[in-house]
Design a protein around this ligand. Sequence first.
Ligand SMILES: [Zn+2]
Length: 401
Amino acid sequence: MSASKWESDEEIQYFREYLRIPSVHPDPDYEPCLAFLRGQAKQLNLPIAVYYPANDLNPVAILTWEGLEPELPSILLNSHMDVVPVFPENWTHPPFGADIDEEGRIFARGTQDMKCVGMQYLAAIRALKRSGARFKRTIHISFVADEEMGGRYGMRPFVTTDDFRALNVGFGMDEGLASPGEDIPLFYAERAVWRVYFHISGTAGHGSLLLPNTAGEKLNYIVGKMMEFRKVQVQRLQNNPELVIGDVTTINLTKVSGGVQSNVVPPLLMVCFDCRLALDLDHQEFEEKLHKWCDDVGGGIEITYEQKQPKVPPTAIDDSNPFWLAFKKATDELKLSIKPQIFTGGTDSRYIRQVGIPALGFSPMNNTPVLLHDHDEFLQADTYLRGVEIFKKIISSVANV
Ligand SMILES: [Zn+2]
């Protein structure tokens, strides 16, 4: 019964409507999202444009609120429409039901990652428009596809298009993370993801011999070197309480394959590592190190990459970035405790930064357990509505820079 005060709230209603659209991997259908967003655009009296940067299954929808000085670089408020798969048997509420319990917790996939933020942008804009506000800069609110698969068909190709360049974006905002305490994390950079495969060839033969240069010996050497490197990073993290995981390079062995038969020394073994290169790591030096280890153990090893992201400079969080100052001013006035840091995983922000545009990752969800990609993902309704107020202030500030 007590959930009714939230159920009757207009913005909670829109949020729940959006959550009920199962835009879920592996085969998300974005058409219902587009239909919903077209309805929102109409209600907000804003134009909406839909682009397809990769293929006709993966749209990018953009609502635009023109500024008083539309020639100025614009503000991009980005969110992704797709959500990760669910295992309904592990949920206490239907994952696309958007149930509200008596504590006001809204349960659905996407409540935290990140249908919340997309709808909070629109809710903030709705309130600002109703109050008669206008801003210097044009504001684009973008809804992209495929973020959960690395943005292959979404933001990654979109930033390279003329359509994107025509938006003339000067500053972008995108997702952050929930936090269980009072602090709200603010992400200004991401590590570079490298998925490194070592294809190790060696002397093949009978398992009863002691042949030289076997693939197994080389595999042992490479794994040892990678694990030594990993250990140094573990120690850095342990020895310095100031550091968080995003500050160091992470290395994890994720796949091993090869072999022919249990009594045959194989001609080829493969080992794969997931590497997240910290901002302080020289990419070229790291790559040279990998090759040197291959040479040191006798060669015959080919390195390939499933992913090899370039070094992307962080967004400045100092006086040199007027958008940061505007963001900070807004959050200071709201007395929020903002904790700038480097993102652990990857988001679409990296593609925005990669084309030279400053971008901040921010989801105003403090005092909230971190449940992205987890069962029973939820967001408390008052936290959601508080986030709308926070975005009203931030948008007003950054759009008037
Ligand atoms: Zn996300």
